[in-house]
Design a protein around this ligand. Structure first.
Ligand code: XMP
Length: 517
């Protein structure tokens, strides 16, 4: 049975994922497509979403090369909701006029509703707080539209078509700071698009287990197991479906955190499935020796993983499937987005986006492919996975290999392992592990002069990187107490032979990235 869904066209806003997640939270399935997807008009007419949302984006509509879409989409008779840049785009396509705002507006504003009976505003008070983030605004609306809301600094904060289901707002209903944002999304999804509520995670687990059972039948599945939350939930679901026909392969690259192997094994034991650990430390280290360039490192590591998975799957009789914990943001990142988004051309994520070509002989199983991270966590919670799995900080596939800047060797790996272990302990001692989203140490290829116990030292400098982020696409450095920073720095420089200086990374993403390489 085809389920009702809302299609979101992404024009590059940092909040586009959030629109998709908020709507799923209210029980309706969403898909996010890049605005520039080839023949988007045909995709939309074929997929038949119940509604279309045009997201915000960082562009000015009159700018050269700003993203546009064909006006044809308005002929599909699908309700449309434009948000921020999406609003300006609708206005532009219908012949309205856009101008630079007098003041760039970021933050809270009071929305005054001019048409309380407008379907978008059912049940919302005449005055409420909304979250603005824009530098352009609509100056004149096109002929067939009417203004339905304003703020003190933005005369046209919301408009709608006089007889079609086309709505637009300058503010961001998907952001929690918009007091009644969720009501507006509900009004659009349920009243205007007439979607039925169909997205329930309980059903998802049951249906997925049934599907996997049928699909795999008596064959075997190999799973590239990383120990992160996505791969734990994937393994757990597949194990529920096919039991020991699942073969989880965990590669010890030698670039893991201290005690990681032990920790992962005991967590798997708790969840009643076993993993096969492949000791590939020497292989990885020898392939990485002498390599300094981050991209080459990533490629070498990716190739080694592939080699091992291939080799291991050949050993299993009747193996027909390869499973991975790909989630929806990975799918988005590695599809059309990868051709246009800067983040993807910056680093090659070796374990993202589908089965590597050399493994193509196996069929792919990606049970979480439709889910966002928070949905994966909700499912994991329902399945009874412990908090330490569900809320583990992510750890990149290339591991410590991209946290040792420049050349990698055994000595540097052991220095970094010790430093990371201290950081982890202190995050837990100070009870902040779960309030930051990713924390680690970066070892620099720079030695500095220091003094330990009256003796001169000449040891590596290291960086403490702690970030807060919702989706890892953007991030800010965490505002930690001096007390914590001092403790971590003192402990690492005193207890780790090889580091005599720590600096705290206070850059956001962008312009930096979270990992240093
Ligand atoms: P960046 O450094 O791009 O990282 O801001 C964003 C998030 O992705 C993680 N990361 C990776 N994860 N394979 C992974 O599984 C990779 O190759 C990889 N590179 C970065 C990073 O740790 C952060 O959470």
């Amino acid at each position: 049975m085809k389920k009702d869904f809302i299609l979101i066209l992404d024009f590059g806003s940092q909040y586009s994922h959030m629109i998709a997640r908020r709507i799923r939270d209210i029980g309706v399935y969403t898909l996010l497509y890049h605005y520039n997807e080839t023949s988007i008009y045909h995709v939309i007419s074929k997929k038949k979403p119940k509604g279309l949302i045009l997201s915000g984006g960082p562009f000015s509509i009159y700018e050269k090369g700003s993203p546009l879409i064909s006006k044809n989409i308005f002929q599909l008779n699908i309700p449309i909701f434009g948000i921020c840049y999406g609003m300006q785009l609708i206005s532009f396509l219908f012949g309205g006029e856009i101008k630079k705002s007098k003041h760039k507006e970021y933050g809270k504003s009071d929305l005054i509703i001019d048409h309380p009976n407008n379907s978008l505003f059912y049940g919302i008070p005449d005055k409420s707080i909304v979250w603005m983030s824009h530098f352009d605004e609509v100056k004149n609306i096109p002929k067939e539209f009417k203004v339905i809301g304003h703020t003190s600094s933005c005369d046209i904060a919301a408009f709608s078509h006089i007889n079609k289901d086309i709505y637009a707002v300058q503010f961001h209903p998907e952001v929690k700071n918009t007091e009644y944002g969720i009501y507006m999304l509900k009004n659009f999804v349920f009243h205007i698009c007439k979607c039925s509520s169909n997205w329930k995670l309980n059903n998802f687990v049951k249906n997925t287990i049934d599907d996997i059972k049928k699909r795999v039948d008596k064959k075997k599945v190999v799973l590239g197991f990383s120990g992160g939350v996505d791969s734990f939930v994937t393994a757990y679901i597949i194990h529920q479906a096919i039991g020991d026909s699942l073969n989880c392969i965990f590669v010890d690259t030698g670039l893991l955190l201290k005690n990681e192997k032990k920790k992962i094994s005991s967590l798997c034991e708790k969840m009643h499935f076993t993993i096969k650990i492949i000791d590939a430390k020497n292989r990885f280290l020898s392939k990485l020796t002498g390599i300094v360039d981050p991209e080459i490192k990533r490629k070498v590591i990716g190739k080694e993983f592939l080699y091992i998975f291939q080799k291991e799957s050949k050993k299993i009789k009747d193996v027909e499937f390869f499973a991975q914990g790909t989630i929806y943001s990975d799918v988005i990142e590695s599809s059309v987005f990868s051709k246009t988004s800067i983040s993807c051309s910056i680093k090659s994520h070796h374990n993202v986006g589908g089965l590597p070509t050399a493994l193509m002989k196996l069929k792919l199983i990606e049970p979480l492919k439709e889910l966002f991270k928070d949905e994966v966590r909700k499912i994991g919670e329902k399945l009874g996975l412990p908090k330490e799995i569900l809320y583990r900080h992510p750890f990149p596939g290339p591991g410590l290999g991209i946290r040792i800047i420049g050349e990698i060797n055994e000595k540097k790996i052991s220095i970094l392992k010790e430093a990371e272990a201290i950081l982890l302990q202190e995050l837990k001692n100070y009870d902040i592990y779960y309030s930051v989203n990713q924390a680690f140490i970066v070892l620099l290829p720079v030695k500095t002069v220091g003094i330990k116990g009256d003796k001169r030292t000449y040891e590596y400098a290291a960086i403490l990187r702690v970030t807060n982020t919702e989706d890892f696409m953007t991030a800010t450095f965490s505002h930690l107490s001096y007390d914590f920073l001092e403790k971590v720095s003192n402990r690492i420089t005193n207890e780790v032979d090889g580091i005599n200086r720590i600096a705290y990374d206070i850059t956001s993403k962008p312009p930096s990235t979270i990992e240093w390489e």
